[in-house]
Design a protein around this ligand. Structure first.
Ligand code: SF4
Length: 270
């Protein structure tokens, strides 16, 4: 059995299609990890994929019942690129715990592309779609699982089947299979995940601000920041900007258009 991590984004959808094409849908196990902070478009998109592909997507959550908001409140800080506890606890750990019970799964496929970012190029630029990594060793790096748990996962190997694909190849592959991409892309988002991803770019926050749901979520992040600061934790939404300032910029941008972005703005440079 091939397990495929599905986020509702284009890359993981292409990876799922590829797995089904190569191994048949009865041998493929799609897994989605729900951070509790996803866009409603993404939940709808998962249902669309299930219907179009005739598969069931397994939905997993954090075993302690945490979602992104409760986790930030527990940790008393927002995640950043150096402390990505959200990915570890809301995504990687639930998948690992689930796969410990699935002895029939031999491979875990990731829709990672080296071209996505400089960081990804450094990490995945030298691997090929045929290469495999031992899952337990890979997980060991995240540091949240005990040795005896990792030992239960040694039968699984990771693969990155679209690691050398371009963004255009991914969209073309979806199109040639008659699969629509998540509508979030046509709404200006560059990636699919939390709505918004705390680590996201100005473009993603700006796209989120255009919808009622996204705006509500960004305002919720400001309330979290205020709550934590009122408790004495000096925390900021992003390293270089508070949620409050970010929202002021979003409001200004809305009122004045993109001209505003030409001013010196740390977020644009991030
Ligand atoms: S999408 Fe962003 S905020 Fe959500 S889990 Fe991933 S890194 Fe964390």
């Amino acid at each position: 059995m091939i397990a495929v991590l599905v986020s509702g984004g284009k890359d993981s959808t292409a990876t799922l299609l590829l797995a089904i094409e190569k191994h048949g849908k009865d041998n493929v196990l799609p897994i989605f990890t729900d951070t509790g902070f996803e866009a409603s478009e993404t939940y709808k998109y998962l249902s669309y994929l299930e219907e179009r592909l005739g598969v069931e997507i397994i939905r997993l959550k954090n075993p302690d019942g945490d979602d992104l908001v409760s986790l930030i409140l527990k940790k008393k800080r927002f995640p950043n690129s150096r402390m990505r506890f959200c990915t570890a606890l809301l995504k990687q750990v639930p998948v690992a715990l689930y796969l410990m019970e699935r002895k029939d799964v031999k491979e875990l496929w990731f829709g990672i592309r080296a071209e996505e970012s400089r960081r990804r190029k450094e990490k995945y630029g030298n691997i090929t779609p045929e290469d495999t990594w031992e899952y337990s060793k890979w997980l060991n790096n995240i540091g949240y699982l005990r040795k005896r748990d990792l030992e239960k996962l040694t039968h699984i190997h990771c693969r990155f089947p679209i690691v050398d694909w371009s963004k255009e190849q991914v969209f073309d592959y979806l199109k040639s299979n008659g699969i629509e991409p998540n509508p979030l892309y046509s709404m200006g988002h560059t990636r699919v995940g939390c709505y918004p991803c705390i680590l996201g770019s100005w473009k993603d926050y700006k796209a989120c601000w255009q919808t009622e749901e996204g705006r509500r979520n960004i305002l919720k992040l400001r309330r979290i920041e205020e709550t934590l600061n009122a408790q004495g934790y000096n925390t900021k939404l992003k390293d270089h900007i508070t949620a409050n300032r970010l929202i002021r910029r979003l409001e200004l941008n809305e009122a004045q258009g993109d001209m505003f972005c030409e001013e010196v703005c740390e977020l644009c440079k991030a």
